[in-house]
Design a protein around this ligand. Structure first.
Ligand SMILES: Nc1nc2c(ncn2[C@@H]2O[C@H](COP(=O)(O)OP(=O)(O)OP(=O)(O)O)[C@@H](O)[C@H]2O)c(=O)[nH]1
Ligand SMILES: [Mg+2]
Length: 467
């Protein structure tokens, strides 16, 4: 599957939509699902064993990086380490005791590290009793490598997959995000059950049943919610508001931008990765007075294995169906280009999968301009704004409006209609009225300046002109 391949290093989640303000939807959770989450103690035991969800740790973070060759990444190890720190800081019960970066010549070494590095780590761990766990910021360590490292350092080892899984579990608050996280977890456990001792206490048939039953129930519930989302989508298209999906690398400031553009108080930007785990829709107003809906989405992150991503792919439909994709980038990030490349790759592969050219509807902005010097990087061609300081927002909405009008085939036109007639009432319902002035040549008429879609122009003509 195309997405499967191109997503192997990137992570992007989009969850169910809650329409804020005028559009509200209540998801219902079936009794069978409640039962599934609460009473499946056997399953929960296995999940706890692997993800150690409730454990709090004081950890040593190790950032391995390949020094040269094709596996060398276009991102500074220091920047990778700050992402690892941000991931751990997102876990409220965890603390960071120490950090280190370790160069590697290959990622395929059995112990991961060379013997000199192994000794260095061991020395640090042995001499610091505060360290209770080690987080190696690498996507998914092999089971055998994890065991060897655990044995050597006599501390539990966490890789990036486990940490992200813990964050997702902690942050998932809606039914849909809980379901998706459960499915990701299930896929992981199923894979591990093929090789692991703890599973030997179950017969393979019992295990198969345990996983199968749970998977079927979760998938059925997800399908249910997807139907509800389709309903919401239809409702929205009837209302005919342009939809802007706000996407970008995690922590770029997507939620902050929406908050700044809509004034929505319920939005809480956080200096955390995966602060937003549920897709929410927020109503805003463009300079002309046209209503626009902004969709807040879950951030992208690199270097997360495929099976964690797969579960969320279906829900990306929502972002892809938006009229415009507002790509928010963090100008202050040292890995700006690396992150940009990843986000654009994901969007492109999603577009390919659905045969739609998304690149055409991407509007890019660089956020956090307050944190950079005025000396602009000539390679960063996008509008500079600051959600936090309110810089460039006025220009942003003006340009965004032009872009939306262009992409959605909406036009600004003036229509002459009878004063107080059905025509103006219809226009109030089906277009955005910008201005109404009396026609000085004949005061029985008014000149209405409107923003209207091509479809509605045709409807207007057929209802009122060709009659
Ligand atoms: N200095 C500065 N900080 C900003 C700006 N915009 C956002 N931030 C901060 O950046 C952090 C992340 O902001 P969010 O809006 O939560 O970012 P996000 O992209 O929604 O993050 P996720 O939902 O986790 O993917 C918060 O601490 C914000 O206060 C800005 O313009 N300038
Ligand atoms: Mg957010």
């Amino acid at each position: 599957m195309l997405v499967r391949k191109s997503f192997s290093k990137c992570f992007y989640l989009v969850r169910n939509i809650h329409y804020s303000k005028s559009l509200k939807c209540e998801e219902s959770i079936s009794n069978s699902l409640k039962e599934l989450f609460l009473s499946d103690s056997e399953y929960n035991k296995l999940a706890d064993h692997y993800f150690r969800i409730n454990e709090a740790h004081r950890c040593l973070i190790i950032q391995p990086y390949v020094k040269w060759g094709p596996k060398k990444l276009d991102i500074e190890p220091k920047e990778q380490l700050s992402e690892a720190i941000a991931l751990v800081e997102t876990l409220s019960s965890w603390a960071i005791v120490d950090t280190m970066t370790i160069p590697l010549d290959t990622l395929d070494r059995k112990f991961l590290f060379k013997s000199g590095s192994m000794d260095r780590i061991k020395e640090i761990v042995d001499n610091n009793p505060r360290i209770s766990a080690i987080f190696i910021n690498s996507s998914l360590l092999k089971k055998s490598t994890t065991l060897i490292l655990q044995e050597n350092f006599r501390k539990p080892i966490f890789d990036r997959y486990k940490i992200v899984m813990k964050i997702l579990k902690a942050h998932a608050s809606s039914k849909h995000s809980k379901l998706q996280v459960s499915l990701a977890e299930l896929n992981y456990l199923r894979k591990r059950s093929e090789q692991d001792l703890i599973f030997k206490t179950y017969t393979s048939e019992a295990l198969k049943l345990l996983f199968q039953e749970r998977e079927q129930k979760i998938k059925a519930e997800i399908e249910n919610l997807r139907k509800q989302r389709t309903l919401l989508r239809n409702k929205r298209s009837k209302m005919d508001y342009p939809l802007v999906a706000v996407v970008g690398y995690t922590n770029a400031g997507k939620t902050s931008i929406i908050k700044a553009l809509t004034g929505e108080k319920s939005l809480k930007p956080k200096n955390q990765l995966f602060a937003t785990l549920d897709v929410t829709v927020h109503e805003g107003c463009l300079p002309s007075g046209m209503t626009v809906l902004y969709v807040d989405t879950v951030g992208f992150i690199t270097d997360i294995p495929t099976n964690l991503i797969e579960c969320f792919i279906a829900t990306l439909e929502d972002a892809l169906l938006a009229d415009v994709i507002l790509h928010v980038e963090d100008l202050s990030s040292k890995s700006f280009h690396y992150k940009r490349k990843h986000v654009l790759n994901i969007l492109k592969s999603l577009g390919n999968q659905t045969n739609s050219d998304v690149s055409d509807k991407i509007f890019t902005i660089g956020n956090k301009c307050d944190l950079i010097d005025n000396t602009e990087d000539p390679n960063i061609e996008c509008m500079h704004v600051s959600a936090e300081k309110g810089i460039g927002l006025e220009k942003l909405v003006q340009e965004l409006e032009k872009f939306i009008l262009n992409k959605t085939g909406r036009q600004k036109i003036t229509i002459r209609v009878p004063n107080g007639g059905d025509e103006i009432r219809w226009l109030y319902k089906n277009a955005t009225i910008l201005e109404e002035v009396p026609d000085i040549k004949n005061n029985q008429y008014i000149l209405a300046k409107v923003i209207i879609t091509a479809v509605n122009i045709q409807k207007f003509k057929s209802y009122f002109i060709s009659k």
